[in-house]
Design a protein around this ligand. Structure first.
Ligand SMILES: C[S@@+](CC[C@H](N)C(=O)[O-])C[C@H]1O[C@@H](n2cnc3c(N)ncnc32)[C@H](O)[C@@H]1O
Length: 339
């Protein structure tokens, strides 16, 4: 039997749980933060569960941590000692390793220690047993979730936890004069899908205004054809590598086999969006990639995702589907044009 904590975007935990229920025939859930964080147990060993989690497509499970240790909180400053003492029990897993500590607390938690207090107390213990505390590229993450009277602690790699950010809440620095917050979605997609945007040359950006995604593609050195009847941010529109087609995407005529990337962030009816992306297919070279957001408009979320995948499947392979931290009522797809 193993116990876990799962996290999804706000309000999407029912879908994350539905996906897990399909994967594990016997599974029990307890809501911790309604709509977002939940505990689950499965009558299977951790390794087996981890194997299934890592090889299955789980669109809505943003982060998962095993519960390897569980402590009861007293609400006193001495609560941190339990975590410090724990390091001496797990010393062989920590010795010679680069360790990151991720701490999350729910609003109702009894934990009184600050995150930096906990980290510096634990750092001392980690260094003592030969480990090193790092912020990036850890060998092992010690992930801590404090809720009510409990402290749940899990150990895992970035791949096992599905993110190298606490709870999968990836943050980017807002730049001065940034055209839109939407830029974060493409930045996150680049990381999560392991897509190196600078390897592409010519992109179509459908639904480009005000220009966050176009600005990122331009920064990565691509030539961009931005399609949107709306106005683009001035800094984006006057970039020499940008062409703005100020019109509805369904009226656009593009030269054949000229682009190697399509991105589309239209906030639009998903079936119409699919039709449009399929219509632009001739403009793409064989095996071109695409990053598109799929708006979740109605209650039949899973059905809608299935339908879009089926439709797009007539011209593209859907390589990955994931709800990113920066997606609101949508998910992001990584697609590739069939030959
Ligand atoms: C969420 S915004 C896109 C934000 C953009 N990705 C960014 O980074 O700034 C959606 C855009 O899609 C555009 N749009 C909606 N339907 C469209 C269509 N049929 N053709 C072209 N653009 C469309 C809207 O005008 C709007 O500017």
């Amino acid at each position: 039997m193993s116990k876990w904590i799962g996290t999804s975007n706000q309000n999407f935990s029912p879908y994350a749980m539905e996906e897990l229920r399909r994967l594990f025939t016997s599974i029990n859930f307890i809501q911790l933060i309604p709509g977002e964080v939940f505990l689950f147990d499965i009558p299977m060993e951790s390794d087996e569960v981890q194997q299934l989690l890592s090889t299955s497509e789980l669109i809505f499970l943003r982060h998962v941590q095993p519960i390897d240790r569980e402590f009861v909180l007293t609400g006193q400053a001495s609560d941190v000692n339990q975590l410090v003492e724990m390091i001496s029990y797990i010393d062989s897993s920590v010795a010679d390793k680069k360790i990151s500590i991720h701490i999350r607390t729910s609003r109702e938690s009894l934990l009184v220690n600050t995150k930096s207090e906990i980290k510096s107390a634990m750092e001392e213990a980690i260094v003592e047993v030969g480990g090193q505390l790092v912020l990036q590229n850890p060998d092992l993450i010690i992930t801590i979730f404090a809720h009510h009277t409990h402290l749940y602690v899990g150990f895992g790699t970035v791949e096992e936890l599905r993110s190298d950010w606490p709870g999968g809440a990836i943050r980017f620095q807002r730049e001065e004069g940034q055209a839109s917050r939407a830029k974060f979605k493409l930045l996150e997609a680049e990381q999560v899908f392991g897509l190196d945007l600078s390897l592409f040359k010519q992109a179509i950006d459908v639904g480009a205004a005000p220009g966050g995604w176009s600005s990122l593609l331009l920064e990565r050195g691509l030539k961009v054809t931005a399609i949107d009847p709306a106005v683009l941010d001035e800094k984006v529109s006057r970039h020499p590598a940008l062409t703005h087609l100020k019109m509805n995407a369904s009226d656009v005529k593009l030269p054949k086999s000229s682009f190697d990337l399509i991105v589309c962030d239209m906030s639009w009816n998903p079936l119409l969006m699919s039709k449009l992306v399929l219509g632009l297919r001739p403009a793409l070279k064989p095996y071109s990639y695409g990053v598109i957001t799929l708006k979740l408009m109605n209650k039949k979320v899973m059905q809608s995702i299935r339908e879009v995948k089926e439709r797009l499947g007539s011209g593209y392979t859907v390589l990955q589907a994931k709800q990113l931290f920066h997606n609101r009522d949508e998910i992001t797809l990584l697609i590739q044009k069939n030959g």
